[in-house]
Design a protein around this ligand. Structure first.
Ligand SMILES: *Cc1c(COP(=O)(O)O)cnc(C)c1O
Length: 383
């Protein structure tokens, strides 16, 4: 009998573990030490936390690779650290990168403000325009960068046509998969070469650790490792341990978040105070078909637009009791935030409206509380 590859719920708990012996701890030991005794007379076996080769880091690196279906993975100090090192390992001065314009604000600034100063050309495109990717390619193009689903509109980019193009052109497809989590999307299965996560979000899932992940081929991850070591982007062992701890419940958390978000999106769609609901699990969403074909779950992120605009939004946020007004996402607590004060604060009201994020737009990160309680909170706040 051929054994089926373990499901993600199992891999997230046991992936990469060796044989257990009597007396071994069931919970993974946190080895907080930065330095380790070295053998005399050889450089082999030198362990140092910034090198990413200490026990607590190595355990979770292996597990992340198995979860993403990648040859190797690296855990870094933050999602931004992961994005920076992933890109530095791919791009040299004179190279060109094509990136989706719908990416995390920090990633956009990193590419536009920092990378261009290193002589790396960056073209941002509207990923929902037909044939836009092919048109943007140049002889110097080395990589294509997308984020899907997209913050905060929850638009979903189809990876399949993009991956045909990158394979045909011999360039790398890099996907920031933070919003989906590996439970809902494993980009390598859809032709991606590199997967990036802000581990601070769904992977940790408890709002209490900052880290990032890059997954890809073994030789590529060795390149990313060199960047991580020299740019000082390794995580603290405790953050890596909290990531591993979070991974153990990843599957149940995300499934619950998917269910809660679907329930809330459907409820919001029937309210007259709400003019628009952005959730890829609703058949009214422009990318419903893409999402249905590519995702295993529609995710814990959604957004609503209030009929009463900016003033209604402020009143609504002040009345919420369970939902916490805070940036970030993906954890067990439900959060709400307004892009006009976070990701889109640098734009004018007109520019925000044109970007599909008018005032009155509220982003929700749905947690794992009881769905009825969450709906009741929304209902009392809308009154
Ligand atoms: C939060 C986030 C990042 C940055 O991650 P940090 O852990 O905050 O550095 C990158 N991409 C996406 C999609 C994010 O949501």
């Amino acid at each position: 009998m051929t054994r089926k590859k373990p499901a993600i719920a199992t891999t997230a708990i046991h992936g990469g573990e060796g044989i257990r012996y009597p007396g071994d701890p069931v919970a993974p030991p946190l080895v907080q030490s930065v330095n380790f005794v070295q053998e005399i007379g050889t450089e082999a076996g030198l362990m140092y936390n910034r090198y990413g080769n200490t026990p607590t880091l190595q355990r979770v690196q292996k597990r992340m690779a198995l979860i993403e279906g990648a040859e190797a993975a690296l855990v870094l100090a933050s999602g931004m650290g992961a994005t920076a090192c992933a890109m530095l390992a791919l791009l040299r001065p004179g190279d060109h990168l094509v990136a989706s314009g719908h990416i995390y604000g920090g990633s956009k600034r990193l590419l536009e403000e920092e990378f261009t100063r290193f002589g790396i050309a960056v073209t941002l495109v509207d990923p929902f325009e037909p044939r836009v990717w092919r048109k943007a390619l140049r002889r110097e193009t080395r990589a294509l960068f997308v984020e899907t689903p997209v913050n905060p509109t929850c638009r979903v980019i189809d990876l399949r046509p993009i991956s045909y193009l990158t394979k045909e052109s011999g360039i790398a497809l890099v996907v920031d998969s933070t919003f989906a989590s590996p439970v809902n999307l494993r980009p390598i299965e859809h032709g991606a070469d590199v997967v990036i996560h802000s581990g601070t979000k769904f992977l940790n899932g408890h709002h209490d650790a900052m880290c990032g992940v890059v997954a890809g081929t073994e030789p590529y991850i060795q390149e990313v490792l060199q960047k991580m070591v020299l740019w000082g982007q390794a995580p603290d062992p405790f953050a890596a341990w909290l990531l591993e701890r979070g991974l153990k419940t990843l599957e149940v958390r995300v499934r619950r978040q998917n269910d809660n978000a679907m329930r809330i999106a459907a409820w919001c769609a029937g309210r007259k105070e709400i003019s628009k609901v952005h959730y890829p699990g609703l058949t009214s969403h422009p990318d419903y078909e893409v999402a249905r074909g590519m995702l295993d779950g529609y995710g814990g992120m959604l957004a609503i637009e209030l009929e009463g605009g900016a003033r209604a939004a402020e009143r609504f946020l002040r009345r919420l009791k369970l939902f916490i007004h805070a940036a970030s996402l993906g954890g067990v607590d439900s959060l709400v935030s307004e892009p006009r004060y976070t990701s889109h604060a640098r734009l004018s009201a007109e520019e925000r409206a044109r970007a599909g994020v008018p005032d009155g737009f509220i982003r929700m990160s749905i947690g794992i509380e009881d769905a009825d309680d969450l709906v009741a909170d929304l209902e009392q706040a809308l009154k």
